[in-house]
Structure formats: structure tokens, C-alpha cells
Design a protein around this ligand. Structure first.
Ligand code: SF4
Length: 439
């Protein structure tokens, strides 16, 4: 079983001399395979119309593929120079650019299965839209970095484990916890106040960063002398008319990510689809949109931070309606498939820093059939260099980093002919954890 993360120690304070360089839908990144656009999808929530617009953008301006990110966003690659205006107009027409000045700060992940089935937990998905609306209306929020992350968790502890800067955790009796960074404590507020409290938490961080003068991008980068405190935060909430109780110690829950196919919950069983390495062709994406639109509800799709997609209205009880079409399109919809928990950065040829085509290398190992899948295997991440972009968060994971001479596996060189077996062994007994290194 995946292991819960231990409490993350505070990182050393970081002195920044510039703003972050995260790409957006308007600020494109010049990669080796063309320009890259990252479209923020708060909560990973997409209507079928918005999803169709993304496929159109990939075909019209990009390389015909869509990539899912570790924050539940969507990337387009291989964009031609000069496409910015057309891309922005297309996205804006689909409601994917509601506030151009805020487009890079709309980083919100949310429990993908919230409100589906009868979990007994609060349905927190509506908080996503409310927090996004508040963010986009806040001039102060434009000072947040493109890396600052909000997590809206329904109490099970899945997205709360992703090292967010602000966590909202739904609780019983209409209450919610609000936490800044990796603090052990939190403040408790009425659920109706939760989205506003999250925005105020972000503004508290900005004030702390200004006072520190270090231009921190994230809460973990603040010097200890300027670390947020629950008591001060509760006072700030009180000044804004939000009653808050301070909880010095909280037993934070932990739940692993949803697996392909998702849990069975009667007629509302959702499909959870896993595209290999989080990358789909526009045609595969349209199959997903079609299956979502053919199910119950309004055709909603939920992109997860684990590079999968939940279709809340598509039922596993009617396989002919969608299941078979997804399988025929090459998408994984069953647990224990070979691609489960296998991720990779961009690598060659898209990234100039890459020392290898990590996606091809990952495919070769998966094709070798050595690596265990599903609960028997820890997540494995392939990186083209030591920056380890997009690596897993929370649980222990297996770390593969390309070097000029081959791969390091959890820091040890491995001959290429032994790589598949070594990865399989490491996934059975992962020895390196998120907290140990991998920064
Ligand atoms: S980990 Fe290195 S090679 Fe991979 S995308 Fe990041 S910078 Fe590029």
C-alpha cells in the first residue's frame, strides 16, 4: 500500500532575486520542440465544451497532443511562434481565461472524487469555483507566484498530501480546517467561510513574504521568523468577520490517489482513466469528451493531480457506452495496468536540459514487463536531469535520473541492461522518500 507522508520539515529559507518563470496560457515558454502553454484548470474541472476547445487548440496551434500536469492542469506543446493571440481568443471563448491578469495564480487542486457516491464526506467541489472567483477578483492575489498551490480536500487527505501552500479540509458538521504550509495546526471555520478564508491565508503569506524581504514563492520558503502562525491568522480572519478557532495539533488524514476505474458505488460509479505518461492525442481526448458527454450529468471531466481523468457521469455498468471505446483508444481504465504510477518529465526532445528521451526509456522498461503495477509497486518517476520536474508528492517514490552515462536509480548508477529489473525491485521496496531528498 502507498505510504502516508511524514510531516514535511521546513525548508531552508530561500532568497529569490526574481519572479517565478512558470509558463501560462498567455506567457508561453520557449521549449526545444516549440512554445509551450500551460492552461490552469482550477480543481481540474472541465465542462465538455471547455475540453473540446483544448483539443481544438492542440490541433490548430500545437503538436496535436495534450499533457496532464502534476497539478491537474493541461499543457499544449509544439506551439508555433505568433499563435498567442489566436490561442488566447480560443481559450477565452471557452471560459478558460476568466481573468488574464490572474491566469498563472489559479493553481487549485481538489479531491477528484468529492461528491461522487456516498462517502459521507462534505462535497467540496463547489468551493473550487468560489475560491477561483475570489482569487480572480483580488488585485493582491496577482502577486502570488505561479507555484503557489491551493488544495481543497473533502477530508480524505488525498490532495492535502501534495504539499499545498494553503489547504482547506472539509470536516463534519459544516466545519472546515484551513492550514498554511505544512503546519501541524490549523484554524477551524464554518464551511461557508472556507473559500474566503483560503484567500485571506494567501494574503497572509504575501504579507509575511513582504516582511521577510526574501521574495518567497511558497510558504515553505519563508524564514522561520516570518512563518505564519495560527493565532495571528485567526486574528486576521476575525478582522474580516470570519469566526475561527485555533487547533494547535491536527491529525491530518492521508489517502492515496484514486486508481483507474475508481471505486464501485452503484449506478454512479465513475470511470477513472489513465493515459500513459499523462499524454494524449487530441483524438484520444475527444473520445474521453464523447464518453463523458454520453454519461449521466453534464459531461464533466475532472483532471487529477496524478495525471488521470475522472468522468463522474460515466458508469462502469454500461461498458458499451464508453468503456470499450476508451480501451480501443489506448487509454487505461483498469487497475494494475503497466502504466499505473509511472510518470516522466518532458525529457528529450522537448527540453534542452534533458540528457535522455525519458519517455521512450520508460516505455522500454514498461514493455519489458518487469515492473510491478498497482498496489504492489511504488510510484516511479523518470527525470531527464536532476531537476526532477513533475515528480510525485507525498508518498515514497522511486527516483530515476538521467546522466551522461545512463541512469541513477535512487542515487545509484545502474547498467542499462539491468534497468528493468532494478526498477521492478525498487518499486517493490522503495528506499527513498519525498522527505529524504528529491529537491
Ligand atoms: S527534469 Fe530536467 S530534463 Fe526533465 S523537464 Fe525538467 S529540466 Fe527538463
Amino acid at each position: 500500500m502507498p505510504t502516508p507522508p511524514s510531516a514535511t520539515p521546513r525548508d531552508e529559507p530561500v532568497i529569490r532575486d526574481r519572479g517565478d518563470a512558470c509558463p501560462g496560457a498567455l506567457r508561453l515558454h520557449a521549449a526545444d520542440d516549440g512554445y509551450l502553454a500551460r492552461v490552469r484548470i482550477p480543481g481540474g474541472l472541465l465542462t465538455s465544451r471547455q475540453a473540446s476547445a483544448l483539443a481544438l487548440a492542440a490541433d490548430r496551434f500545437g503538436d496535436g497532443h495534450l499533457e496532464l500536469t502534476s497539478r491537474g492542469n493541461v499543457q499544449l506543446r509544439g506551439l508555433a511562434g505568433g499563435c498567442g493571440t489566436g490561442l488566447a481568443e480560443l481559450l477565452d471563448g471557452a471560459g478558460l481565461l476568466p481573468a488574464p491578469g490572474h491566469e498563472r495564480v489559479r493553481n487549485i487542486v481538489a479531491t477528484p472524487l468529492s461528491g461522487i457516491g456516498s462517502s459521507g464526506r462534505p462535497h467540496v467541489t463547489p468551493w473550487v469555483g468560489e475560491l477561483d472567483r475570489l482569487l480572480c477578483a483580488s488585485t493582491r492575489a496577482t502577486a502570488l507566484s505561479g507555484r503557489f498551490l491551493f488544495a481543497i480536500d473533502d477530508g480524505r487527505g488525498d490532495v492535502a498530501a501534495l504539499d499545498p501552500d494553503v489547504t482547506l479540509l472539509g470536516g463534519p458538521r459544516g466545519r472546515a480546517l484551513v492550514r498554511l504550509g505544512a503546519a501541524r495546526g490549523a484554524v477551524e471555520v464554518d464551511a461557508a467561510d472556507a473559500p474566503r478564508a483560503a484567500l485571506l491565508a494567501a494574503e497572509y503569506f504575501l504579507d509575511s513574504a513582504d516582511a521577510a524581504g526574501t521574495r518567497a514563492w511558497q510558504v515553505s520558503e519563508l524564514p522561520a521568523a516570518h512563518a505564519p502562525e495560527e493565532g495571528e491568522f485567526a486574528l486576521r480572519l476575525g478582522s474580516a468577520g470570519i469566526a475561527a478557532d485555533v487547533l494547535p495539533q491536527v491529525a491530518w488524514p492521508y489517502a492515496p490517489s484514486p486508481r483507474p476505474w475508481g471505486p464501485g458505488t452503484g449506478d454512479r460509479t465513475p470511470l477513472c482513466v489513465l493515459p500513459p505518461l499523462g499524454r494524449l492525442t487530441a483524438d484520444q481526448w475527444r473520445v474521453l469528451v464523447g464518453v463523458a458527454a454520453g454519461g449521466e450529468g453534464d459531461g464533466e471531466l475532472r483532471v487529477t493531480p496524478w495525471r488521470s481523468i475522472v468522468l463522474p457521469g460515466a458508469s462502469t455498468r454500461r461498458p458499451l457506452d464508453g468503456y470499450a471505446r476508451l480501451v480501443a483508444a489506448g487509454l487505461s481504465v483498469a487497475p494494475d495496468g503497466p502504466w499505473e504510477s509511472v510518470t516522466a518529465c518532458t525529457g528529450r526532445p522537448g527540453c534542452a536540459k534533458a540528457l535522455s528521451d525519458v519517455r521512450a526509456d520508460a516505455r522500454a522498461v514498461v514493455d519489458a514487463g518487469e515492473a510491478p503495477a498497482g498496489p504492489a509497486g511504488a510510484p516511479v518517476h523518470w527525470s531527464g536531469c536532476e531537476r526532477r520536474c513533475g515528480h510525485p508528492r507525498g508518498a515514497a517514490w522511486v527516483d530515476l535520473v538521467a546522466t551522461p552515462d545512463g541512469y541513477l536509480l535512487d542515487g545509484r548508477p545502474v547498467p542499462s541492461h539491468e534497468l528493468a529489473q532494478a526498477v521492478a525491485d525498487a518499486r517493490r521496496q522503495p528506499r527513498v522518500s519525498e522527505d529524504a531528498v528529491k529537491k
